[in-house]
Design a protein around this ligand. Structure first.
Ligand SMILES: [Fe+2]
Length: 285
C-alpha cells in the first residue's frame, strides 16, 4: 500500500517561530514568510496586545502549534486542563496540526521544565501510544511527536532510538516532527551515522522538520537553540529532502533570539535548499 507523504500534511515550505518580540515588526511589515510555529504555553492566559496581535497574525499567516509541556511519556495522568486549553488555542489560531516532544516533563505532578528522554522500552511505547490517542481525540487535528536529544543511554533500554521512535509512531498511529539538528547531536554524542538513522524510521510519517542551532562543549554537542543552523544540519536536511520531497521546515531559534530579518535569512536558506533539492524529484516515500 502506498502511504501518503508528509503524513498527509500540506508541505508549507520554510517557516520561523513566532516570538512576542517580533509581533510589531510582523504586523507592520507583513514579511514574506510561509508560516509561523507558535508555542501555546507562551501565550495561554495572556490578554490585551498579545491576544489581539496573535489574532491579526493568524488572519494573515498559517500558524502551526508546537507544545512543550504535554509530558506525553509521563506516568502522571495527562493534564486534561492544559490539553483543552491547547485545543481552544489551536482552534482560535486555526492550526492545521499540533506537535509536542517524545519525552516527559512531569514527575509526581512536578514540572521539571526540561525535556527528559524516555527509556527505549516496550512499556514506554505502550504508555505513550495510549496517551497520544487521547491527545488526538481532544485536539481533533493531526498530532506529531518530536525526537529529542539525550546525553546518556538509559540502562534498561530494550531497543535503539530509531526502533523506539518507529514503534511509538506505529502503535500510536501519529506523525513525526523530525528535528534534524537533534539527529546530528545524538549521532555525534552516541556514535552512529545520521543517515542510518534516517533510513531506519518511517519517513512517510514525517509531517514537519525542525532545524536548530547547537554548541560544542568539549566532545559533546549541546542542544542550545541559540545559534544559526550548523553546516552538518543543513547537509542532513538535504538528505531528508531527497527522501521525502517538499515539506514544512521550521527554523528553531529560542534563546538569544535575533532580529526578525536575521531569522528570515535562515528561512530563505531553508527554502532555497528545499527548492534546489526537490525540484523535479519524485521521492521514494
Ligand atoms: Fe526541535
Amino acid at each position: 500500500m502506498t502511504m501518503p507523504r508528509n503524513y498527509g500534511l500540506a508541505p508549507l515550505g520554510a517557516g520561523i517561530g513566532l516570538r512576542r518580540q517580533h509581533f510589531s515588526d510582523i504586523i507592520d511589515q507583513l514579511p514574506p514568510v510561509n508560516w509561523f510555529e507558535v508555542i501555546p504555553e507562551n501565550f495561554l492566559g495572556r490578554g490585551g496586545f498579545v491576544t489581539d496581535a496573535l489574532r491579526r497574525i493568524a488572519d494573515r499567516y498559517t500558524l502551526v502549534g508546537h507544545g512543550v509541556s504535554l509530558s506525553i511519556g509521563s506516568t502522571d495522568p495527562l493534564n486534561m486542563t492544559l490539553l483543552r486549553e491547547v485545543k481552544k488555542f489551536c482552534d482560535a489560531c486555526r492550526c492545521p496540526w499540533y506537535s509536542d516532544h517524545l519525552c516527559f516533563t512531569m514527575v509526581d505532578h512536578v514540572n521539571l521544565n526540561d525535556l527528559i528522554p524516555l527509556p527505549f522500552t516496550q512499556e514506554a511505547v505502550k504508555n505513550v501510544a495510549q496517551r497520544v490517542k487521547i491527545v488526538q481525540e481532544v485536539l481533533e487535528r493531526p498530532f506529531l511527536l518530536e525526537n529529542v536529544t539525550y546525553y546518556m543511554q538509559v540502562a534498561k533500554s530494550q531497543m535503539t532510538e530509531p526502533e523506539f521512535i518507529s514503534a511509538v509512531l506505529e502503535e500510536a498511529n501519529c506523525g513525526l516532527m523530525l528535528d534534524v539538528s537533534n539527529v546530528i547531536l545524538n549521532s555525534s554524542n552516541h556514535g552512529f551515522a545520521p543517515v542510518d538513522f534516517l533510513d531506519s524510521i518511517p519517513l512517510h510519517r514525517v509531517g514537519q522538520l525542525h532545524l536548530g542551532g547547537f554548541e560544542k562543549q568539549g566532545d559533546i554537542l549541546l542542544d542550545t537553540h541559540a545559534k544559526p543552523v550548523a553546516e552538518e544540519t543543513w547537509a542532513l536536511y538535504q538528505e531528508v529532502l531527497k527522501r521525502i520531497g517538499p515539506t514544512s521546515a521550521l527554523i528553531e531559534w529560542d534563546f538569544e533570539i535575533p532580529s526578525l530579518a536575521r531569522l528570515l535569512q535562515e528561512a530563505v536558506m531553508a527554502q532555497t535548499l528545499m527548492d534546489e533539492v526537490t525540484q523535479g524529484h519524485i521521492p521514494a516515500t
